[in-house]
Write a protein that binds this ligand. Structure first.
Ligand SMILES: [Zn+2]
Length: 202
């Protein structure tokens, strides 16, 4: 129960999502180029650069990479939470955090760059954010569809098995929920002998 609770908690999901994003970004050496204002100190550059690698992209292979890793982590709440509203909230929170700090820092510490490119950055954020929400929505619907489909198949299977095990005595008309060897009402044999104990037919 505790593990299930932890698994479904927002903080746990957030951590897992960020861990996966970080692993991919480091493993592929992904980096978004920012032309910082000249007076930005090194530590601030590092922090802003670190944040931008999670959310910013050029319209090239970087776009494909960034969208791919975000679609990948979008899957995690879909599987863990399965409810459209909760999945969208979770994925929005995860996407919101790096964006929030990125925009605060870049507008404060590199204002010239932000003045020039802020609108483009924001459009990219909006686009990726919308795709994440849409993808979450479609994935939950798809998962529901698969589940219902499987349920239908199982119910059909059960009703077929039920029909197969029902039988009726041809002599007195008594109905059974199984296929007995003898009718309990008229004692007639219902299943003919198939052979002796050794399996030999006469
Ligand atoms: Zn009978």
């Amino acid at each position: 129960m505790k593990i299930a609770f932890l698994y479904k908690s927002k903080l746990a999901l957030f951590s897992i999502q960020f861990l996966i994003l970080t692993i991919f970004i480091i493993a592929f050496g992904y980096s978004f180029q920012i032309e910082f204002d000249s007076n930005v100190i090194e530590e601030r550059r590092l922090v802003i650069q670190f944040l931008s690698n999670y959310i910013m992209y050029e319209f090239n292979i970087g776009l494909i990479f960034l969208y791919f890793i975000w679609m990948l982590v979008t899957l995690i709440p879909v599987i863990a939470l399965q409810k459209i509203k909760r999945v969208i909230i979770m994925n929005t929170i995860t996407f919101f955090f790096p964006n929030f700090f990125f925009y605060i820092f870049i507008s404060k510490y590199s204002p010239l760059y932000f003045e020039h490119y802020g609108i483009f950055l924001f459009l990219k954020t909006l686009l990726l954010g919308l795709v994440i929400i849409l993808f979450s929505f479609l994935l939950v619907l798809f998962l529901k569809f698969i589940k219902n489909f499987r349920k239908d198949v199982i119910i059909k299977d059960i009703s077929i098995i039920e029909k197969q095990t029902k039988s009726k005595c041809p002599y007195c008309g008594t109905e059974f929920n199984s296929i007995p060897i003898y009718c309990y009402k008229c004692s007639k044999q219902l299943i003919p002998d198939l052979g002796d104990n050794n399996g030999n037919y006469e």
